[in-house]
Design a protein around this ligand. Sequence first.
Ligand code: AMP
Ligand code: ZN
Length: 477
Amino acid sequence: MTRELKVHNNLTRKKEVFQTIEPGKVKFYSCGPTTYDFLHIGNARALVVGDLFNRVLKAFGYDVNFVRNYTDVDDKIIERAKQEGRDALEHAAIFVKECETDMNSLGMLPANHTPKVSETMPEIIQMIQDIIKNEKAYQADGEVFFHVPAFHDYGKLSKKDLDSLQHGIRVEVDSRKKHPSDFVLWKPAKPGEPSWDSPWGKGRPGWHIECSAMAKKFLGKTLDLHHGGVDLMFPHHENEIAQSEAANNCPFCNSWAHNEFLNFGSEKMSKSLGNVIKIRDFVEKYGGQVLRHVLLSVHYRARLEWSDEVIQRALDEVKRIHEFVMEVREYKASGNYSSPEISECIEKMMDELSNDFNSAGAMGHFFTFLRNVKANKDKLSQESLDQVKKTLSFVESSLGLINKNPEQVLSQLRKNEQDISSSDIDAAWIEGLIEERKVAKASKNWARADEIRQEMSKKNIVLKDNPDGTTSWMVQG
Ligand code: AMP
Ligand code: ZN
């Protein structure tokens, strides 16, 4: 038996009762990272949200088939590999391993399948052939384009209307395209780039087709749930729908969920803006449990503003939880105390999670429970004590907010506290440079402004530009 769950479906823009094609089974796909560099904590948000969905669906009794891909063939990988003097596929393989290390540190459950583009070539080529056969794609000079006007449902996820997509105004339109919105399914490889044989000559796939092909390979033609960061809704997910439905002649996915951004100051955290904190660096300093806690402390559809306060709160809460877990090991039933805070906590958390995966709401109930148990620890009934243990194991399995090794979590937190109290950060020096950077920016001296940001970053100080024009700073990893 599965428990009822509501999910905000971006296809309808409504919160709906989640229904699966096969009773009790979920076909779930989440777009994974492009493996060209270390992941940042913005990427971690997408990964942890995918993991939350997987865990909660399991806790609700579903048998989940969870697929999360690695994009290991991509322009950014090719470019970075060239800079490093490596083969592109070899470079991507190195960062697949690094991603796995980060995911483990975030306490993520393994997905059922983690396909890579380089290992899905026959399925990708087959799918492009199917789309061409169904007259929704065409070939031009060794390149294959998806013909967007031939797919009448285009825009149904992003709610964009084809006519209003003002292509060709700022960017010059490729003259081989029949329509400015047409996008690449297959492109000829340039010398030195990874390439595969295909009916259109040696080449490699465009970005979007991989997810359509991988989803079909492991989940079939129609999925129950698809997830990714909100930036992927257009064009990536819109194009996934177009490709899959054009090839398979049936709906691609019934429910679409997107996580909001992790923002740093007034901007999205992203490599191109140069305001990233690597997962690796954060974890080294505070531990993965703290990062996971921050990411789940806000509903996945709300923006998460990264700040000192957010980190501090998570540090305090992770400490309280893990000290509590260790304390409970010593508890003995020595009275007849029971309370709704204890007996109903799991039920209340399930209610929150059934409301579009509201992890923040579930955490609120857990802290009410924790306070109540601590205040009455000397008089717990056997039944209450059993329920306390059950609740902890529920929080561990459905949210991953309890680490199997609390001693290790606490020892890292203590080490970090010592490091902070003995650090020699010169606040006046930082404030001086922030002022200098402000002047540099005002006189459009971007080079100096960037130099200051980098100089600080070498000392692990990250600058955050606030919406009101002020700049704050914090020490990281
Ligand atoms: P990429 O490697 O850039 O394709 O991104 C991998 C995943 O991370 C995608 O689902 C993105 O939407 C997500 N992502 C990237 N930056 C952020 C951010 N600042 N906040 C939340 N998700 C992000
Ligand atoms: Zn994708």
